[in-house]
Design a protein around this ligand. Structure first.
Ligand code: NAD
Ligand code: AKB
Length: 320
């Protein structure tokens, strides 16, 4: 199969919150030329565009996708292109088309060209009937369209593995917190936006209630986990391959506001819940990640204090 000899990496949705940092990390590991960034947006001065090969590519254009895989000698795809929860609830049809359609494009190309695939899932796969400390395995009945597309993605991953031997792996990321790129239209964006607002205006209007608790993670942990999962030997990957639970830290909106206030003098936060409260309420408070620990040795490094320190110093040094 082509994938056995082709060793370059393609990242879809590379200009987003995760792609911005994953491309940088993969290029540091494998060399800039080995990692082809792609996205449907064109941002000429984006670090992923400036720092190595870049292709304009929509993941729902299967012919164009095949062409890029062949022309660029791709062996592995990190498939990050998606529509996140808040944007997805505003336009569920688009969310389904990009998230499910894009994943099918990637998996079909993987089947034909022998590619390895990383396709992330989300804590949004859980619905209100899941335990608040969500286990790896339980009924998945999400209420958001975004969550439904992620459940479909996990099932497709398992089907392509079992039927065609396509090595697809994924993580159910918690809300990711980072400063290098803006958050991309999700429900957990308040935990990113609060830092920008604190440093720019000294005030934040938070769009969920103060007692809203969600699983969260600092981006550096998420990137380390992603690379560790893809580096793990195939026989260590168990039934959670479509979406491993991954725990970073779990805190309420009030707790992050207090942690920011402890570092930014005079910072104030008001809580003004909007429609995103409903999506947050349907998700768990925390997740059990023993399968990830057992199968590929996962261990988080950043707690709330460490991620607040990293966010504030990162934002301050990037604004100098
Ligand atoms: P993001 O919204 O920041 O980035 C997604 C990127 O996909 C954008 O750059 C966008 O331009 C691109 N895109 C949209 N439609 C496309 C198309 N048709 N073709 C190609 N590119 C397209 O999202 P992210 O936060 O980087 O998320 C990446 C993946 O991780 C997604 O699957 C998301 O569901 C998952 N995830 C993210 C988080 C998080 O907190 N960031 C949490 C859980 C899961
Ligand atoms: C979102 O809020 O939509 C994402 C996610 C948890 O999948 N950050």
């Amino acid at each position: 199969m082509a994938g056995a000899t082709n060793s370059r990496i393609l990242v879809t949705g590379a200009l987003g919150q995760i792609g911005t940092e994953l491309v940088e990390a993969l290029r540091a590991l494998h060399g800039a030329d080995a990692v082809v960034a792609s996205d449907v947006r064109d941002i000429p001065d984006h670090p992923c565009v400036v720092g190595g090969p870049y292709r304009h590519l929509s993941v729902i254009d299967a012919d164009a996708f095949d062409e890029v895989v062949t022309e660029e000698s791709i062996g592995t795809v990190y498939h990050l292109a998606a529509i996140l929860s808040a944007t997805g609830e505003k336009n569920p049809e688009l969310c389904e088309r990009i998230n499910v359609g894009g994943t099918v494009t990637v998996l079909e190309a993987a089947r034909k060209h022998g590619l390895r695939v990383y396709a992330p899932s989300s804590i949004a796969v859980f619905g209100p009937d899941a335990p608040k400390h969500a286990p790896q395995v339980c009924p998945l009945n999400p209420t958001t369209m975004y969550g439904k597309t992620k459940v479909t993605g996990e099932r497709l991953a398992m089907n392509y593995w079992k039927q065609y031997g396509v090595d697809v792996r994924g993580i159910r990321y918690p809300g990711l917190i980072s400063y290098k790129a803006p958050a991309g239209g999700g429900t957990t964006d308040y935990a990113v936006d609060i830092f920008h607002a604190a440093l720019e205006n000294g005030h934040y209007d938070c769009f969920v209630r103060s007692d809203t608790r969600l699983p969260m993670m600092y981006m550096e942990d998420a990137i380390r986990a992603t690379i560790a999962l893809m580096d793990a030997p195939v026989d260590s990957i168990g039934d959670a391959r479509g979406g491993y639970n991954l725990s970073g830290c779990s805190f309420t909106a009030a707790e992050i506001a207090d942690a920011v206030a402890a570092r930014v003098p005079e910072f104030t936060c008001d809580f003004k819940p909007d429609v995103r409260q409903e999506y947050a309420d349907s998700w768990p408070d925390s997740v059990d990640d023993s399968a990830a620990k057992q199968d590929w040795g996962w261990k988080a490094e950043y707690d709330l204090d460490a991620l607040c320190d990293a966010m504030i110093s990162g934002l301050q040094s990037s604004s100098i």
